[in-house]
Design a binder for this molecule. Structure first.
Ligand code: SF4
Ligand code: SF4
Length: 318
């Protein structure tokens, strides 16, 4: 079984990335399981998602504590003790980081002995999709690391994006972006070397029927008691220190809002719309934000009627 764990921030697409991988694996004839884990939905908050892929039925449940592959969609999560994306990572694991840093820099900074791969997914997202939504891009990377074929990835991206958007052009762009990322990384040494042709045959939607287990195999399945797993991988806890004013959510930021006071009409829409209450008014009556806590959701820029707020990318998280 191959266990893949995705870490991202709410809105980046970690959940869909895990689905893209699961669907691609399924279309290729594997058994697959994918699911997300997050608390109250909040853009910018750490979330995790999981995909298990196996040639046999997946009987394992719960969060993946010992991943073969970790996909870190936001490098600031590496410094977040609650997200803890490196937990359970061992020497044989592969850690992919969406980063502008080189592999030696990332390994040294985070003391990672496992294989590390870095790629600037955010830049690719901005260039190919016009947005830093990384779901299909991360799905493409994960598919390559897992040893899934490009054709299965294309079909999976088409299926998953078609369920979210109706614009065919966006679907095509996502397929192109996913394949671009797929071709930008090398496969993981643990990838599966064979598919189950009996499962691939007849994979046309409703015609699909799982192949029956070999006779007697069902009797070998034993019921196990799954040990309690503390929800310390990206699960927000209302009472934890990280949810108090002591937690500076500015480290969630990929984009920084910058105000142009020449254009600002002091309408205060941005002040009212900031979901985190970060924007206050200076002595001249102009809005400004508290960058220690601004999480970079850019709602203020989207809502500003005067186009007075622009998004500047924070290229380096560290
Ligand atoms: S919404 Fe735009 S115009 Fe209105 S106060 Fe904010 S920056 Fe100024
Ligand atoms: S200041 Fe703007 S970018 Fe920052 S949290 Fe508020 S709305 Fe989001």
């Amino acid at each position: 079984m191959l266990r893949v764990r995705f870490h991202g921030r709410g809105g980046q697409g970690a959940k869909v990335a895990s689905r893209v991988l699961g669907t691609a694996a399924f279309l290729e004839g594997y058994y697959a399981q994918d699911f997300p884990l997050y608390g109250a939905e909040r853009r910018g908050a750490p979330i995790a998602a999981f995909t298990r892929i196996s040639k046999e039925p997946v009987l394992e449940r719960g969060i993946i504590t010992e991943p073969d592959i970790v996909i870190v969609m936001d490098e600031t999560l590496l410094d977040d003790p609650l997200a803890n994306p490196l937990s359970g990572v061992e020497e044989g694991s592969v850690v992919f980081i969406n980063s502008t840093h080189s592999v030696p820099e990332a390994k040294a900074r985070h003391k990672i002995s496992a294989t590390v791969i870095t790629l600037d997914l955010t830049k690719i997202g901005l260039e190919k999709l016009g947005r830093a939504v990384l779901s299909t891009l991360a799905g493409g990377v994960a598919a390559k690391l897992a040893g899934i074929n490009e054709d299965s990835l294309r079909k999976a991206v088409e299926k998953e994006t078609s369920e979210i958007v109706t614009d065919r052009n966006i679907v095509e762009k996502n397929i192109e972006a996913a394949v671009y990322c797929f071709n930008s990384v090398e496969p993981h040494p643990h990838h599966f070397d064979a598919v189950r042709p009996e499962l691939v045959e007849g994979l046309n939607g409703s015609q699909y029927r799982p192949a029956p287990l070999p006779e007697g195999e069902g009797k070998k399945i034993t019921v196990i008691t799954v040990p309690f797993e503390p929800a310390n991988i990206s699960a927000p806890s209302v009472n934890s220190a990280a949810n108090t004013p002591m937690r500076k959510t500015g480290n969630m930021r990929i984009f920084r809002p910058v105000w142009d006071y020449e254009k600002c009409t002091k309408c205060m829409t941005c002040v009212a719309r900031c979901p985190d209450g970060c924007i206050t008014v200076n002595k001249d009556g102009f809005p400004y934000t508290d960058y220690d806590n601004c999480k970079g959701c850019m709602i203020c820029a989207e809502e500003c009627p005067a186009d007075a707020i622009t998004a500047e990318r924070e290229v380096h998280a560290w």
